[in-house]
Design a binder for this molecule. Structure first.
Ligand SMILES: [Zn+2]
Ligand SMILES: [Zn+2]
Length: 376
């Protein structure tokens, strides 16, 4: 079967720019990637074709050879052209293109196991309930890697340089024979980078990077709840061998509040009131997240009764409506009474005895049941 023209494979003219070629390949790779087209022979074939075409056309030297001699100019079997497939060019092209499209899959299929996406980072952030309700912007400090300023990122001691790894000839991969099979593995000498550093930089121990911290501004949207995560794309650990960065997840923790308890988008609070306020009714002052509010309670309010204030809860991140505030009334029995107070209460009790069923219906019916229970 004769090979298709590389430009045709990518749908490009011969004068296409590097950028256009890259874009065309990216589009093709996304469409036909085996991970997206499992079990499709046709997609696999198209993907391979595109990969090969891009490998040649993205490399100036190979492209020139292809333009001049056609397939013969770049076919390693034909023994012509400048340098053929050596030099780890594919690994570079690969990380470049696939890093951001298929990030997260790391190694995966054979031949690209030396390019890894960086790890995700988790940052626990504690905020107050008020901040959670309204949203807040916070500066956080996270670990970061910076290019080493002694070796300028090369990892080699100044005056020396990295050499092509001789175990894998710079491919980053080696073939290992096991019985009848031959499998490809990440090179044990260079760990896939294709290079080795004979004299490592002392400042960064040959990694080319030093650990620092960086400050990020994180916008927390109003309505977040305990355990919500905010993803900062690409702010995680750097990838390996040119792989993409991982993500940073800011995980929200809400401090317990002295007055309110949150349940979904509703808030609950407990409101102690005096027995006289409960008996007589009237306006009471209650706290809300926006400050004080007044509600009127009817005469004869009982302990445990709940008053709902619509829209005084929290507006959730994903919900269109705002929750309510539930005010749970608790009657407080007065303590440390003066003799005058006692006197008044005794008098009150005495005149209440005249019609117990009217003033204390629950106590009255309870006592009746007790009487029945003991047989009158
Ligand atoms: Zn260094
Ligand atoms: Zn190697």
């Amino acid at each position: 079967m004769s090979k298709k023209d590389f430009y045709e494979v990518l749908g490009m003219n011969r004068d296409a720019s590097d950028d256009d070629i890259k874009k065309a390949y990216r589009k093709l790779a996304m469409k036909y990637h085996p991970d997206r087209n499992p079990d499709s022979k046709e997609a696999e074939e198209k993907f391979k074709e595109g990969k090969e075409a891009y490998e040649i056309l993205s490399d100036a030297q190979k492209r020139a050879a292809y333009d001049q001699y056609g397939h013969a100019g770049v076919d390693p079997q034909a023994g012509m052209g400048g340098g053929g497939f050596g030099g780890g060019g594919f690994a570079d092209a690969f990380s470049d293109i696939f890093g951001d499209i298929f990030g997260g899959q790391g190694g995966g299929r054979g031949g690209r196991s030396n390019v890894y996406r960086g790890s995700d980072l988790r940052y626990n952030m504690e905020i107050t309930l008020e901040e959670a309700a309204r949203g807040v912007e916070r500066q956080i400090k996270i670990p970061a890697h910076e290019e080493c300023d002694v070796c300028h990122g090369s990892g080699a001691k100044p005056g020396t340089e990295a050499k092509t790894c001789h175990t894998c000839n710079g491919q980053g991969q080696v073939r290992v024979s096991q019985g009848f099979f031959s499998i490809q593995q990440t090179c044990p000498t260079c760990h896939g980078s294709g290079k080795y550093i004979p004299d490592p930089c002392r400042n960064c121990h040959g990694t080319g990077r030093v650990q620092t911290t960086k400050t990020l501004a994180v916008k927390i949207p109003g309505g977040v709840d305990e355990g919500d995560r905010i993803r900062l794309s690409g702010e995680g650990e750097p990838g390996v061998n040119g792989g993409p960065h991982g993500d940073l997840y800011v995980v929200i923790h809400i401090k317990p509040h002295s007055v309110f308890e949150r349940e979904g988008n509703d808030l609950h609070c407990e409101m102690p009131i005096s027995i006289t306020a409960a008996a007589l009714g009237g306006e009471i002052e209650i706290p809300t997240l926006d400050g004080k509010a007044r509600i009127s309670i009817p005469a004869g309010t009982q302990s445990g009764q709940v008053f709902r204030l619509r829209g005084k809860g929290i507006k959730g991140v994903r919900s269109a409506v705002t929750g309510d505030l539930m005010c749970h009334v608790m009657l407080e029995t007065p303590v440390n009474l003066t003799s005058r107070q006692k006197e008044l209460l005794r008098e009150f009790e005495q005149i209440s005895q005249d019609e117990p069923a009217k003033h204390n219906p629950r106590a009255k019916s309870f006592m009746d049941k007790v009487k029945d229970f003991f047989g009158g």
